[in-house]
Design a protein around this ligand. Structure first.
Ligand SMILES: [Zn+2]
Length: 449
């Protein structure tokens, strides 16, 4: 007696109790003594092993069983190939087969045909059901039905409503990433403020990067790793900010673990005045930080000498009344950013088209060149405007043109400060001149961008 529990929703939803009762009755009417084999199998199409079924086959081979009773053939076999090997075995062992839904005599050609047809139909239904389920899941995804747990970070516990405490933090984190802050900066800040993950743990760069990549944060519904539409829940951040942040997170230097640890403020930023290589910081034996050129070994400067100068120059520049001009007169907003991205994508597509038309002989080389040049020019203009957008982000939150800018600069995280530096100026450190031991501030040369 073979019983299979399955969540097969088509046809009779047979509980194992009903299967057992019906099969036992059938055994009684045949005068057979039942031995029970039960498998717990959730899907008719799964290829999961069925230990009880295997045991039953072994017992048939061992000559311990004279007949098999099942509620229906589809309880016994999930795939036509299983039926074939079962029929071969039944033939060899002169096995009788009885089903509640009607006897199938496998010793006759007619009985085998019925068994095969029923098996094929069941297999077809299984495949069809799977396709239907996948289609239904895709439809749910496209309709924006959420597929993430309630109370995810940024949302109130057991809801998909924004949490007034954490939602603004998430929004700020995206802004900070775009402004040049590192994942570690954000984790450090959150952990210091007592912000914990939903499981109550401190944040790490790995956990944060995983979180920041979730399309759901931008109210986007993903299906099988692909964004298929807008979700029905309130987003933590607007879509264009989220997309821009993904690009930043995808940059190789951002991947946690691969990032070289930059312990000192000006490492990789300040340049050697002798050979032009970047300086790198290291600790001297007396514990002071020194920036040296590892390329020509011709320049070295103490951090305590150069860093205050750099901070002073940046703070001075941003506090100047005209500092707001750094942002350019043009107003930018997220809609503008989105427009620029779309325009750029369209131009890139146009460039591709020119290549195709040229290859098809629809354009002469000269025509193609003119068209390409015009598009390249437009692209350059758009990219320049996109950089203005980045500029806005790097300076975000600094009271430009006001004395308070100086204090704001001092509070920037190292990564953010480097981003501001990179935006404003190049710093070159000249070798020690004749002045000898006394530090000469003129060795630090600032070139405005
Ligand atoms: Zn050098």
């Amino acid at each position: 007696m073979y019983l299979r529990i399955s969540e097969d929703r088509t046809g009779d939803q047979l509980g194992v109790v009903r299967q057992r009762q019906d099969c036992e009755e059938l055994c009684r009417s045949k005068g057979w003594t039942p031995v029970e084999y039960v498998d717990n199998d959730i899907s008719a199409t799964s290829s999961k092993p069925r230990p009880a079924y295997e045991q039953m086959l072994a017992d048939i081979r061992g000559g311990h069983l004279g007949a098999v009773v099942a509620w229906d053939l589809d309880r016994l076999h999930r795939r036509p190939i299983e039926l074939e090997s079962f029929m071969a075995l039944a033939d060899e062992k002169h096995l009788a087969l009885a089903t509640v839904s009607g006897d199938v005599d496998l010793s006759t050609a007619q009985g085998r045909l019925v068994a095969r047809l029923k098996g094929s139909v069941a297999a077809h239904e299984g495949e069809h059901r799977k396709a239907r389920q996948l289609r239904a899941m895709r439809q749910l995804a496209e309709a924006g039905v959420p597929n993430w747990p309630m109370g995810a970070f940024g949302y109130l516990g057991d809801t998909r409503q924004l949490d007034p405490q954490t939602a603004p933090l998430v929004k700020q984190a995206y802004a900070d990433i775009l402004a040049g802050a590192s994942l570690n900066d954000i984790c450090r800040q959150w952990n210091a403020d007592g912000v914990r993950t939903v499981t109550g743990r401190p944040w790490t760069a790995e956990v944060l990067t995983h979180f920041m990549r979730k399309p759901r944060n931008a109210g986007l519904r993903a299906y099988k790793g692909e964004i298929v539409g807008k979700g029905t829940w309130p987003p933590l951040v607007d879509e264009s900010t989220w997309r821009a942040a993904q690009a930043v997170l995808d940059a190789p230097s951002r991947v946690p673990g691969r990032k070289a640890v930059r312990r000192h403020l000006l490492t990789g930023v300040a340049l050697c005045g002798k050979c032009g290589h970047t300086l790198s910081g290291s600790y001297r034996t007396d514990g002071r930080i020194v920036y040296v050129c590892k390329q020509c070994h011709g320049v070295s400067i103490l951090a305590e000498n150069v860093e205050p100068i750099v901070y002073g120059v940046v703070a001075g520049r941003l506090a100047k009344p005209d500092a707001a001009d750094l942002l350019k007169a043009e107003q930018h907003d997220t809609a503008e950013a989105e427009k620029l991205r779309t325009q750029r994508a369209a131009l890139l597509a146009e460039l591709d088209n020119i290549g195709v038309e040229r290859a098809d002989g629809l354009l002469t080389g000269k025509q193609a060149k003119i068209a390409t040049d015009r598009i390249t020019e437009k692209l350059a203009a758009i990219e320049a405007r996109q950089q203005d957008q980045d500029r806005l982000r790097v300076l975000d939150g600094i009271p430009l043109g006001k004395p308070a800018a100086a204090a704001a600069v001092k509070k920037l995280s190292p990564d953010r400060f480097r981003a501001v530096l990179d935006l404003l100026m190049t710093i070159t450190v000249a070798p020690v001149g004749k002045s000898g031991k006394v530090f000469n501030p003129e060795r630090v040369q600032v070139d405005w961008k």
